[in-house]
Design a protein around this ligand. Structure first.
Ligand SMILES: *[C@@H]1O[C@H](CO)[C@@H](O)[C@H](O)[C@H]1NC(C)=O
Ligand SMILES: *[C@@H]1O[C@H](CO)[C@@H](O)[C@H](O)[C@H]1NC(C)=O
Ligand SMILES: *[C@@H]1O[C@H](CO)[C@@H](O)[C@H](O)[C@H]1NC(C)=O
Ligand SMILES: *[C@@H]1O[C@H](CO)[C@@H](O)[C@H](O)[C@H]1NC(C)=O
Length: 447
């Protein structure tokens, strides 16, 4: 039997790196020393196509509601699973041939939201693989538990910071394809999915429709997620995250200087280094031989920057427990901190990586997406993911006007220097829930 399924041939274009934070901050030029900002945008797309084969796969049962635990408990189980998933996905991405010697940056939260939304329509082995791949224990969590947990996460994301964080999903459905109403209902109710009908036979127009939506949701940061859609596509699921934050304490742009970044022992590249001497939250993890710096945003979010002696030691071991420990144990002390200004963009096709995490069936002719439709041959054609991160100053000219330098008090003790001038890891997290919005590794800030 032929294992035919449709590829929707998504082609991604690079995002032109618009520094939105610049625009934002220039509106407030009265402020001095206004340094920014993490600006991250991301989107994950799952496209489902209709295959031509038909086969009677085993009869599938939906996941049984074996345990009716309190919803608070299941929310925390899903939260824990999402955190674990972040690091597993990171390691798979980092190990992938296409990631060698490259910066890595992605949003685990967006990927898990997209896959969880897909799991609403998956059954049988395909569903089991999705749950297991996401780290949801099927004997402790039902599909409903998971949906409720994501409902809460998405609401919370919407709640915490109005314009700075934007997280959501959408589903684009072909005019001639009729998904089960229950599927769309759950997407709408628990994943707050915006629903659209499109004519996927009109490949250009439907791609434009999707791109326009994504552009709007990401404040223009991603304006061409999809270039070419296969006319046989019947449905696309999108999950997006947009985050923009201002540092709680800013960097003085006048202290920003050219410096070197040591890509490896033999390679130096010129980088623009921001500098601040201040009391910082830091922690030295002896086990991982890594120094961790927390840069809080002016919100409940923080960026964690991790500078390891040996990247592999950190990469291979880092876990949610480390993040918890660091956030708890961090102490504040004076440091002279140097961080590159950087702007990176990434684009991934996650098919291999997710298959490598055990989620294989959804891509195959044997995919069971009967929760979406009884039509045989539905399968996921591509899962693509795109992210950008800009760490920068904004309103630098305005700061030049004020003439205020950080006052160097007559401190006698030498202040330890913390220079992120060699490969480091980065995480953007919400401090209360420790939800990992974004995660990555900066090997070379200049590419
Ligand atoms: C799922 O939970 C059950 C009950 O707590 C446990 O026995 C089982 O080992 C768990 N499975 C996995 C894969 O963690
Ligand atoms: C988030 O807020 C916007 C604007 O208030 C609203 O349109 C959207 O439905 C909300 N989403 C969620 C998940 O609450
Ligand atoms: C969101 O905010 C509203 C009002 O501020 C509150 O009632 C609600 O519980 C919050 N939802 C979540 C999930 O935090
Ligand atoms: C931080 O946020 C508070 C309240 O949201 C605001 O009043 C303050 O101006 C902000 N500070 C900076 C540096 O943006």
């Amino acid at each position: 039997m032929a294992r035919v399924f449709i590829r929707c041939s998504l082609r991604l274009t690079q995002i032109t790196s618009v520094l939105l934070c610049l625009r934002f901050d220039q509106e407030k030029i009265t402020m001095m020393m206004r340094a920014a900002v993490g600006l991250c945008v991301l989107s994950a797309v799952i496209c489902v196509g209709r295959g031509h084969h038909h086969l009677g796969h085993s009869v599938d049962k939906t996941v049984q509601d074996t345990v009716a635990d309190g919803s608070a408990n299941s929310v925390s189980l899903v939260n824990e699973a999402n955190k674990e998933f972040s690091f597993r996905l990171y390691r798979k991405l980092a190990a992938h041939a296409s990631s060698q010697a490259k910066n890595i940056f992605f949003s685990p939260a967006s990927v898990s939201t997209a896959l969880a939304a897909l799991s609403v329509g998956a059954q049988g082995e395909t569903h089991r693989q999705l749950f297991s791949g996401l780290g949801f224990n099927g004997s402790l969590l039902t599909q409903t538990d998971v949906a409720q947990a994501f409902q809460m996460f998405l609401q919370r994301a919407n709640n915490t910071s109005q314009e700075d964080a934007n997280e959501g999903t959408a589903v684009f459905v072909d005019n001639n394809f009729k998904p089960k109403p229950e599927f769309l209902q759950t997407l709408k109710q628990s994943y707050f999915a915006d629903g659209f009908n499109v004519d996927f036979a009109k490949t250009k127009e439907s791609a434009d429709t999707i791109n326009k939506y994504v552009e709007e949701k990401t404040n223009g940061k991603i304006d061409k997620l999809v270039e070419l859609l296969d006319p046989n596509t019947v449905m696309c699921l999108i999950s997006y995250i947009y985050y923009k934050g201002k540092w709680a304490t800013q960097f003085d742009p006048r202290l920003t200087k050219q410096g070197d970044f040591n890509v490896d022992e033999n390679t130096k590249v010129p980088a623009v280094m921001m500098n601040r001497e201040d009391r910082f939250h830091t922690y030295h993890d002896h086990e991982l031989k890594t120094t961790v710096l927390q840069l809080p945003f002016n919100s409940s979010y923080s960026m964690l920057l991790m500078l390891p002696d040996v990247m592999a030691t950190l990469e291979n071991a880092i876990s949610p427990n480390h993040v918890t420990k660091w956030l708890k144990a961090m102490g504040r002390s004076n440091h002279d901190v140097y961080i590159p200004k950087f702007s990176i963009k990434t684009s991934y096709n996650l098919n291999d990586v997710l298959a490598g995490m055990g989620m294989t069936d959804m891509f195959s002719g044997g995919a069971n997406l009967r929760g979406i439709s009884e039509e045989h041959g539905l399968a996921v054609s591509d899962i693509v993911h795109q992210a950008t991160l800009d760490v920068d100053e904004a309103g630098a000219e305005a700061s030049a006007v004020t003439g205020i330098f950080v006052g160097f008090s007559a401190v006698l003790d030498p202040v330890p220097v913390l220079k992120f001038n060699r490969p480091f890891m980065v995480i953007i997290t919400e401090r209360n829930t420790e939800k990992i919005l974004f995660m990555g590794k900066i090997i070379n800030p200049t590419v």
